[in-house]
Design a protein around this ligand. Sequence first.
Ligand code: S3P
Length: 412
Amino acid sequence: MFVKPVKKFIRTTATAPDKSITHRAVMFNAAADGEAKITNALLGGDCRSTVACMKKLGAAIEIEGNTVYVRGVTEFKDAELDAGNSGTTTRLLTGLLAGKGITASIDGDDSLRTRPMRRVTDPLALMGADVTTTNGKAPVYIRPARLHGIDYTMPVASAQLKSALLLAGLNADGVTRVTEPVLSRDHTELMLKAMGAGIATDGLTVSIKRGALKNTDVCVPGDISSAAFLLAAAAVTGGEVTVTDVGLNPTRTGVLKVFEAMGADVKTTDFRREIEPRGNVTVTAGALSPFFIGGEDVPSLIDELPLLAVVACFATGDSEVRGAEELRVKESDRIKTTAETVRALGGRITELPDGFVVHGTGGLEGGRVYSHGDHRIAMSAAIGGLGSRNGCDIEGADSAAISYPSFWGDIC
Ligand code: S3P
């Protein structure tokens, strides 16, 4: 895929529906006894993996356009599940199935098989679960067990881990209490609350009691992580972009704060709340300054860090990201693949164990980039290409379909 440089990227558009919220809307409704309609669902590769897994477990799911009709079941069938490239599917389902009294396995592609699963299976074992991994990775095996609540302090801020334990807590005796070091995205808490779960949040601690879920229709907002690519395209080309009806959950909007700190103008309008906060966002380009992102900021923009590395090349001076070692265990080692991408585009970057420093020179030449099969690397490279002098050729561009199936059409 070749991305040509553009003078000023200017448009008003919707973006892809939210991946995290679609996963949860499908999965949780599939575990509730009744029917629900999910509108504006994301039907990218990862969410399709969740749909396929929930069908195999016994839920009836029909897709019509962007609408997903789910008829859930409270008792699942034994199943061999394929989560594809999706860490969210694997980790959330491991928690959900641990106390369901079934025998199941969850496997996925080569990238998924490299991702750490003990962070989920170790605390589940403390709850009494019978879950095992393959040397700490997928395939994960789940057998029937009776669960009890625990009080668990998470070693990493991870919404996938937090969600897995909360979902296990729905099928455990007593109260399950989870505390995280920094608040990660809280989509699970908001949706479980909307579905009638006995869940309460107190600062960084969430507690949940055993209970059934009530089916709930969900209209999925746009994904701020997908919108970020369009907004960044404005920032690096001197343009202006408005993304309409996008999720504005504060646990996800760190990228907007960075755009603002860099000197872009960021405005939100039509703010409203519907399970999740949502509204329109406009970014108008300004002269770009370098940024610093430290540990506390990382969870609210974890998926945007490869993109922000590319944007940092368009500022003059050093931008630094620290406390982001989690990037090493994403769909690729995103510290390594981000550094490779920046260099391939003609930028300068120093890799650190827990982040990187981008030595921005105010622009990029462009070049040839390999995505490593990682959707966010492919799309970050494309934004670099749009703002570059010569454009960018991307090998493995099709991986964008994991989270943003219409991406290439939306940026051309
Ligand atoms: C996600 C949580 C994050 C994020 C991933 C989606 C979720 O992962 O990187 O893309 O939907 O819960 P971690 O929870 O592992 O940080």
